[in-house]
Write a protein that binds this ligand. Structure first.
Ligand SMILES: *Cc1c(COP(=O)(O)O)cnc(C)c1O
Length: 384
């Protein structure tokens, strides 16, 4: 089976992890801060806080911004459930903003309309979390403008967008947001097996996320509430978690970071090849915003209503092509229906979902494998 996504691990990655195994620290050593620093430098931001998943990074981000009971977080229905779930972990409510039919990202126009209504009802969100779906940057300038006007914070879910650019700046530099969150799950652009990372320009937010990542414990003398009685002393100042990334993961991340430009070049080359090869077929290829450059975590195509997506999906899978669907709109999940959402609430995301199929795309996808994906699609869709 050709999967829809997978990691690329080479000898240098393996050597980096083995070196940590032979070192003094398997966790809480020097490699993690080195990885954080290198990542921060890469996306041109002062602070990076790594964690054991993007889900935990989202949780830390929301907590650092003070999200709690009585607050609402708005996000896109076209995302992985974790984006919304992390707000519920904080005791907050979740609501959604429908997507743009071309970018499949949270629509800034729909957001503006919903905000105007919410202001009248006194129900403005505490945080809005746009998701850079497939690696395609959201309309951050418009979202940033709305955040200033209505006073909400912005968390970018950039789980798909490691290495993407927006207005010639790296996603993660937080030009229009408070915090940006990345995922290093193996299907994503680069991997630490499991892992995530949050970037910010605000020292205080970085400090809070670092504290909450490790039980709410503080050791730095300048941040203690009482004078230190000795070298053993620490204070638990808040209720945190164990969301730490290990040294093994950080070493893999540091090594993968040196390969990131290759990964991106490969993904963009393969995406451009799909763009050419799929021309003329009855499907919509991914749209590229003129304001950005996608990292191409996914290559989602949209089939027209006249074609049975389930049948195409099943036949591709039967032919050994591991296509996947991104995403079942979060508000239609049983858990979210129990919370009052229903089909029809966010029609653009639901319509997109009906026709969506993500084709295999990853750095090590061979041209031969890509050709067989294209061939199968052509045979299935020819004459439709
Ligand atoms: C993968 C993903 C997450 C969760 O990432 P983990 O590292 O697996 O916790 C969150 N949001 C989006 C959009 C994702 O694709």
């Amino acid at each position: 089976m050709i999967p829809y996504g997978r990691q690329s691990i080479d000898e240098s990655d393996i050597a980096a992890v083995v070196a940590v195994l032979q070192s003094d620290f398997l966790t809480q050593g020097p490699v993690l801060p080195a990885f954080e620093q290198a990542f921060a430098q890469r996306v041109k931001v002062p602070y990076a806080v790594a964690s054991n998943s993007a889900t935990s990074a989202l949780h830390l981000a929301y907590l650092a911004l003070g999200v709690g009971p009585g607050d609402t977080v708005w996000t896109s229905p076209n995302t992985f459930v974790a984006t919304a779930n992390a707000a519920l972990y904080c005791g907050a409510e979740v609501d959604f903003v429908d997507i743009d039919p071309h970018s499949y990202n949270l629509s800034a126009d729909a957001l503006a309309q919903k905000l105007a209504q919410a202001e009248q009802q006194g129900r403005l969100p505490k945080v809005v979390t746009p998701v850079h779906f497939a690696g395609q940057p959201c309309d951050m300038a418009a979202i940033g403008e709305l955040s200033r006007r209505y006073g909400f914070a912005v968390v970018e879910d950039a789980s798909h967008a490691v290495g993407a650019d927006y207005q010639n700046t790296p996603v993660g530099c937080c030009q229009y947001s408070d915090i940006t969150v990345f995922s290093f799950h193996p299907v994503k652009i680069m991997t630490t097996a499991e892992g995530g990372l949050a970037t910010t320009k605000q020292a205080e937010l970085a400090q809070r996320m670092m504290q909450l990542r490790s039980h709410g414990i503080v050791r730095e003398p300048e941040h203690l509430l009482s004078p230190s009685p000795g070298g053993w002393y620490y204070e638990q100042q808040s209720l945190g978690f164990n969301y730490r990334m290990t040294e093994l993961q950080a070493a893999l991340g540091l090594s993968q970071l040196t390969r990131l430009d290759d990964f991106l070049a490969q993904r963009r080359r393969l995406a451009a090849r799909y763009d050419v090869e799929l021309e003329g077929l009855p499907l919509v290829r991914p749209w590229q915003s003129p304001e950005g450059r996608s990292s191409y975590h996914l290559y989602p195509v949209q089939l027209p209503d006249s074609i049975d997506r389930a049948e195409v999906f099943a036949q591709l899978r039967a032919a050994g092509i591991g296509v996947q669907i991104h995403y079942i709109p979060v508000h239609t999940q049983p858990f979210y229906r129990q919370r009052g959402f229903k089909p029809g609430d966010f029609p653009v995301a639901e319509h997109y979902y009906q026709g969506a199929i993500s084709l295999p795309l990853y750095a090590d996808l061979t041209p031969q494998d890509q050709d067989s994906v294209v061939l199968q699609l052509k045979q299935l869709l020819a004459g439709r």
